[in-house]
Design a protein around this ligand. Structure first.
Ligand code: NAD
Length: 363
């Protein structure tokens, strides 16, 4: 039997609560399929680990993770540990160290998911954001001069290498071509007169290799407005690290809320493991109460299935989530329900099992 080794970093706050529901779903799929299994290895890294050991992850943590097929992460960050430490010493360390330069964030409105937009059809919100994930505005380059003095100066540099810009744009073109969809580039060349002029130029150059892919290009401010006013014009979208970070939270808000938004950090060459996570944080305000919405973590579990080549199962997980929303009986409080995190996971497992049986699915 095939065994997929998954490193699990539940992390802080609601991380462990939502990740265990994702694991429940993955195990159920493997059990029903019968030809493969998951082997989960948990790592206790995160802010609690930091307060005990002074480090977010073991010094040889990256070597330990390297041996896995994928990393499944809950969330990191907790009051008492500065966010820049939890972010840079764990999350960004893994994303950068494993060259996970593609961040995939689906923004898809499932039927019956809450949407703040008026008169909107589900089909109108179905975007696939491909965010540059290794450099750009989050390159960590800069300086802090004359700290605390009157002439204090802070520099935060964006880094846009030709290699980094070409590879993310080319990746997005490949996805758009494969899916037969349009590709939209989002930048800001009017104000960012080096980085974004360069971005637009590279987009233009690479578009010549893909004459079959219809393209569009927007300034980030216009794109933010259009995502609300006319979301259907966005299909596959490629953008920089910072713009992608912000716009996908906006996207999460129009596609059911933060409790439904997932993200995958991909190393396309598969030289290193890729990492899958809900995009929400550790939600310290509701941690430990068993009321966190596990659907984002479960959506990212479906991305693990896609990544491992089981797209049909990935789709089945999303179909089950959609059915759960349509039923509207077992939902967490953020979706106006009264159920617990684990009850949502359990209900989803039964919906999935029934779906298997009713369709007599054999893959
Ligand atoms: N990828 C990550 O690990 C990640 C991402 C964002 C924030 N963070 C960290 O998380 C901590 C808290 O950050 P924040 O409060 O800005 O963002 P957050 O996403 O943790 O919470 C924002 C709001 O959304 C709610 N929420 C989030 N996820 C939910 C879920 N699954 N179900 C129900 N409600 C949910 C929270 O209760 C809170 O009211 C910070 O330390 C931050 O650095 C980590």
């Amino acid at each position: 039997m095939k065994t997929f080794k998954i490193a699990v970093i539940p992390g802080d706050g609601i991380g462990p609560e939502v990740i265990s529901e994702g694991i429940k779903i993955l195990n159920k799929i493997a059990e029903v399929d019968g030809t493969f299994q998951f082997e989960f290895t948990e790592f206790p890294w995160g802010c609690e680990y930091y307060t005990k050991h002074g480090i977010m992850m073991d010094d040889d943590g990256m070597d330990k993770l390297k041996k896995f097929d994928a990393v499944y992460l809950g969330a990191v960050g907790y009051p008492g540990v500065p966010d820049y430490i939890s972010l840079w010493d764990l999350l960004l360390k893994i994303r950068k160290g494993f060259d996970q330069y593609v961040n995939i964030r689906p923004i898809r409105l499932l039927e019956a998911a809450p949407c703040p937009l008026k008169d909107i059809d589900c089909e109108d919100v179905n975007m696939l954001f491909i965010r540059e994930n290794s450099e750009g505005e989050y390159a960590g380059a800069g300086d802090w001069l004359f700290k605390g003095k009157e002439n204090e100066v802070v520099l935060q540099n964006g880094v846009f290498s030709r290699k980094g810009t070409e590879r993310i744009i080319r990746y997005a073109f490949e996805v758009a071509r494969k899916e037969g969809k349009t590709l939209t580039s989002i930048s800001k060349a009017n104000a960012l007169n080096y980085s974004m002029v360069f971005w637009d130029q590279v987009f233009e150059e690479i578009s010549k290799e893909y004459p079959d892919v219809k393209t569009a290009s927007y300034l980030v401010d216009a794109a933010a407005m259009l995502m609300i006013k006319d979301p259907k014009r966005f299909e596959v979208v490629v953008t920089s690290n910072l713009f992608g970070d912000i716009l996908t939270d906006l996207g999460a808000a129009i596609a059911g809320g933060i409790g439904l938004a997932a993200g995958a950090n991909i190393n396309p060459e598969r030289q290193y493991p890729s990492m899958f996570e809900p995009i929400h944080g550790s939600a310290p305000d509701i941690a430990g109460k068993n009321i966190a919405n596990p659907l984002a973590a479960i959506w990212s579990a479906s991305q693990i299935l896609d990544f491992l080549g089981y797209e049909k199962y990935g789709k089945m997980v999303l179909d089950s989530v959609e059915q759960l929303l349509i039923e509207g009986q077992v939902l967490t409080p953020d979706m106006n329900g009264v159920s617990s995190t684990s009850e949502v996971g359990d209900r989803l497992t039964s919906i999935m099992t029934a779906l298997f049986e009713s369709k007599n699915l054999v893959f």
